[in-house]
Ligand binder design. Structure first.
Ligand code: UD1
Length: 421
């Protein structure tokens, strides 16, 4: 397992390009299961989660061709096995995204039940209930979800009890080939849901209302292939901007979509950052000043994203004043706090809120990454620390950040990867 070594104290400065969005690429790859024709997915990020999804498709017999520009072509005309095994699902919960496409196109599917994970129990009951409302018979046995339907799924009026991103995506994909109209109420409005809907529409689906909380899908007989570039990663964008703000730096991120980050940009402005925003770039300048602490509360889009709260905790740890961060989406997403306190931060957890009193500077320490976004926050903490920080278990970060150490090095950070046997 590799480690990252960070020598903090450098203001980040320079320009970087943002990769394609992981949370968009994963459902778009799963959408390749909905057609016999090839689907070409462009602007693919280079990440372990993407490799896992390609492996999952491969073990079903789907052909995958990666070209020299990292575009991936999926051809599921050769599919021979409708099962997603536990060995892959346990490493990536988003594997559940193959359930809707397999069931709607082939009338059956078997997907291992994702277990708990570091950030909470994360059930998939909403996915199952909605597919049942569309006529599927579903049994959960021996750790697997086994779903079948005679003929086609039927369009249904689906009310989601809570806002679920992959739940909305799974049902939207299932509904594209269902008989009749499906209406998803209380749908997730995340930009990645819109990106998937746009891709499905290019494949011949009839979806309206994406980006609102009511999505209407008129089922069609067949979808066809297309070439689709996934949207830029808003979480990667935000992470580099927060790192720049925490280190009092000046960074421009390019090839991104600023309008998908409004809640995050507003918090960065409150922290004292000067922002310039173009059509596909954002420039953040702290002018060497210490950030001010901010308070925030996570909630589904367009509110502040849960995937960005840990990074703001790192910023608050060295900011002037006290900030509170309330997590309302997941039940156990403060694992990074204990590691930051070991680095000299002053953070107190009370229920689902952390109170962070900024200190002048953190002290480097050996720390352990526990999940994807927590790892990013520990790297930011390392960047604002005296002495050396070592971040262990960085396979978590490789799941969701492309070449993080190269990108940070290009901004002047003293960070290196140490391969361990
Ligand atoms: C997606 C994102 C993840 C992000 C999360 C919330 C992908 C691949 N991952 O995860 O990065 O952190 O959205 O923005 O897009 N829930 C249920 N029952 C269900 C489904 C969800 O109770 O059937 C709960 C979850 O436990 C959680 C909340 O709903 O508390 C939101 O989860 P959800 O939006 O489903 O997260 P994911 O789609 O797994």
């Amino acid at each position: 397992m590799d480690r990252l070594h960070i020598n903090g104290g450098v203001c980040l400065e320079g320009e970087i390009r943002i990769a394609g969005a992981k949370n968009s690429a994963l459902p778009v790859l799963a959408a390749g299961l909905l057609t016999r024709e090839p689907l070409k997915v462009c602007n693919m990020p280079h990440l372990i989660d993407i490799t896992t999804m390609l492996q999952l498709l491969g073990c079903m017999g789907v052909q995958r061709v990666v070209d020299e520009k990292m575009n991936v072509q999926i051809d599921s005309s050769t599919i021979e096995n409708l099962s997603a095994p536990y060995e892959l699902v346990r490493t990536m919960r988003a594997s559940i995204l193959v359930l809707g496409p397999l069931l709607t196109r082939h009338g059956e599917a078997e997907v291992a039940l994702p277990g708990g994970c570091a950030i909470g129990s994360r059930p998939v009951n909403q996915h199952i209930t909605a597919l049942e409302a569309m006529g599927a018979s579903i049994a959960v046995e021996n750790g697997y979800i086994r779903a079948r339907v005679d003929g086609r799924l039927k369009g249904a009026h689906v009310f989601m009890d809570l806002v679920t991103v992959t739940g909305t995506e799974n049902i939207m994909m299932a509904a594209t080939l269902a008989e009749g109209r499906t209406i998803i109420e209380n749908a997730a409005r995340e930009p990645e849901v819109v990106d998937l809907a746009d891709c499905l529409n290019q494949m011949g689906a009839d979806i309206k209302g994406q980006g609102t909380d009511t999505i209407v899908i008129n089922g069609v007989r067949e979808l066809h292939g297309c070439s689709y570039p996934v949207m830029p990663d808003r979480i990667e964008t935000g992470t580099y901007l927060i790192a720049a703000a925490a280190t009092r730096g000046h960074v421009k991120v390019k090839d991104t979509r600023p309008h998908t980050l409004e809640s995050v940009l507003s918090k960065l402005e409150q922290s004292g950052a000067s922002l310039l925003v173009g059509e596909d770039w954002i420039e953040l300048d702290m002018r060497g000043r210490r950030p001010r602490a901010v308070s925030l509360r996570t909630a589904p889009y367009p509110a502040f994203p849960t995937d960005m709260q840990a990074q703001f905790t790192a910023l608050n740890a060295v900011a002037a004043g006290t900030g509170s961060i309330t997590e309302t989406v997941f039940e156990n997403r403060f694992m990074h706090v204990h590691e930051m306190n070991r680095m000299g931060a002053n953070i107190r957890v009370e229920g689902n809120t952390v109170f962070v009193e900024g200190v002048d500077r953190l002290n480097g320490a050996p720390v352990m990454a526990t999940d994807l976004r927590a790892s990013a926050s520990l790297i930011i903490a390392g960047l604002v620390s005296k002495n050396e920080t070592t971040v262990d278990r960085i396979y978590h970060i490789d799941r969701g950040y492309e070449c993080i150490e190269e990108k940070l090095q290009s901004l002047g950070a003293r960070i290196s990867r140490v391969p361990l046997r």
